[in-house]
Design a protein around this ligand. Structure first.
Ligand code: NAP
Length: 449
């Protein structure tokens, strides 16, 4: 019994799942993990961030599912930290807690016109097409011209989805209503604004190359943007990106129905509205690459939709420290620290809320291993030997068990989505509203999990 520990992991995206896996792998302690999530569904950004037309990336779910099925890991969904579960509960019921809550908020541009109708964040657009139950956005896609701000992979995701005809997405898990909207999208031109030169873009080559395969889409790069770049010290991925941009620049226009145009050294300085306060254009200023300072050279791009894709940031959580500037929970190698630099004993972080929104899914494996090493060190040094009653369920769970959606409940939701998909000749159709998710997930009543 002395060697038994109960650890809570809050957040069941890749960072939380990899942390849970590392914890139960430990050989010098018998660790039981409660994997707690605000959503009734596991997999975090794999389900609600990875683009629906990237099934290969999404297939990581198969290996993540094995983690969920480990006998010492139990999924407890539909449980919100701060609402159903407090810091006091965690202190009483667990030897340690790892927060893996991600970075769900979007960054702003802080320019005039940012809140006009038709200007919003890529985060909201992604939540919408991913069928996130919190999504309230209704993207009717009446716009013929859209501006996407940012030179990262999320910008590429949203640009690609905007120009993909509905049929090209039919085989994905996109909710039916979203598919219908995308099917009648009028978007013809997507402008991607990159505030620095092509050698500084954060796109990955694979995602850039994918644009070549888009049906009835011309990808446009102004050749002059590639002139005079000193390649001496550039790394291989950047050089490969430049090769792809050169290919785009060399391409002749085919007169395709839709275009994606990259604008380098270009930043938005104002979003302009019409009389009804709806976006009509974006004022774009040339920058002085590699810096982002403006040059006072401006042009107006006609657009009725603006999606800013300039990174995510984390949300402050109740009773935990928060570093507002970076949007992360302050930590040293995964141990949460207070303003005075001392660690908050027994509390840890992993994933985007630990390091900020960077890297690919696999990056979280390494990140979580580092955090779990800190947990295990603290177990070995006797720091986590608190007075936790391991004989029954945690007290908070006894209170909330009837609203908890466990792994079996999630499998009900999963099966329903597959059924709905197959009825429409698709692999899966996501359920995107809280009420239905809860109704199906709770059909398997959970009193004692
Ligand atoms: P990101 O890669 O950090 O890119 C953010 C972009 O926004 C950068 O180009 C940045 O430019 C620009 N930016 C920041 N502030 C700006 C401002 N005020 N005005 C104009 N531009 C601004 O972030 P992300 O695209 O959100 O992606 C997050 C993470 O998820 C990344 O690690 C990404 O690779 C990953 N991801 C991967 C995939 C995939 O593998 N398929 C798909 C989606 C996301 P500067 O460089 O000049 O700061």
């Amino acid at each position: 019994m002395d060697n038994q520990f109960r650890i809570a992991v809050i957040g069941s995206g890749p960072a939380g799942l990899y942390a849970a896996e590392e914890l139960v792998r430990a050989t010098d302690a018998d660790i039981h993990v409660d994997l707690i999530d605000r959503l009734p569904t596991p997999y975090g950004l794999v389900r609600y961030g990875v683009a629906p037309d990237h099934p290969r990336i999404k297939s990581v779910t198969k290996s993540l599912q094995k983690i969920l099925e480990h006998p010492r890991i139990r999924f407890l969904g539909n449980v919100e930290y701060g609402r159903d579960l407090t810091r006091t509960d965690l202190d009483a019921d667990y030897h340690g807690v790892i927060f893996a809550t991600g970075a769900s908020l979007d960054r702003r541009l802080n320019i005039p016109g940012e809140d006009l109708q038709g200007s919003t964040s890529a985060t909201k657009f992604v939540a919408w097409y991913s069928g996130h139950p919190d999504s309230t956005g209704d993207f009717s896609l009446d716009a013929t011209s859209a501006v996407v701000v940012g030179a990262g992979n999320v910008a590429l995701d949203v640009a690609r989805i905007l120009v993909k005809a509905g049929d090209a997405l039919r085989s994905t898990d996109i909710p039916g209503a979203v598919l219908d909207h995308l099917g009648v999208s009028r978007v013809e031109h997507v402008h991607i604004l990159c505030r620095r030169g092509p050698q500084f873009a954060k796109f990955t080559t694979k995602e850039l190359r994918e644009l070549r395969a888009l049906d009835d889409v011309d990808v446009i790069v102004d050749p002059s943007a590639l002139d005079g770049i000193d390649e001496t010290d550039l790394d291989k991925p950047t050089l490969t990106n430049l090769r792809v941009f050169r290919e785009f620049a060399d391409n002749r226009r085919t007169g395709a129905r839709r275009t994606i145009e990259f604008h380098f050294s270009s930043k938005p300085v104002e979003i302009l509205g019409d009389a009804g306060n709806t976006v009509r254009a974006v004022t774009v200023e040339r920058t002085d690459t590699p810096a982002t300072a403006g040059t006072a050279q401006t042009q107006e791009l006609s657009a009725q939709l603006v999606l800013r894709s300039v990174g995510y940031r984390g949300r402050a959580l109740p009773d935990l420290p928060f570093e507002a500037e970076r949007g992360i929970i302050p930590n040293i190698d995964g141990r949460i620290i207070n303003a005075d630099g001392g660690d908050v004993s027994g509390y840890y972080v992993s994933g985007w809320c630990k390091r900020g929104p960077s890297g690919v899914i696999g990056t979280n494996r390494i990140d979580s291993a580092q955090t779990v090493e800190a947990v295990l060190d603290d177990i070995r040094s006797g720091k986590l030997s608190g007075d936790v009653d391991l004989t029954g369920d945690p007290a908070w769970l006894a209170r909330h068990g009837h609203t908890v959606i466990d792994y079996g409940g999630w499998l009900y939701i999963d099966a329903e989505e597959l059924d709905r998909g197959s009825a429409q000749g698709r692999e899966r159709t996501k359920i995107s509203d809280w009420e239905t998710l809860r109704r199906i997930g709770l059909a398997r009543a959970v009193t004692s999990v």
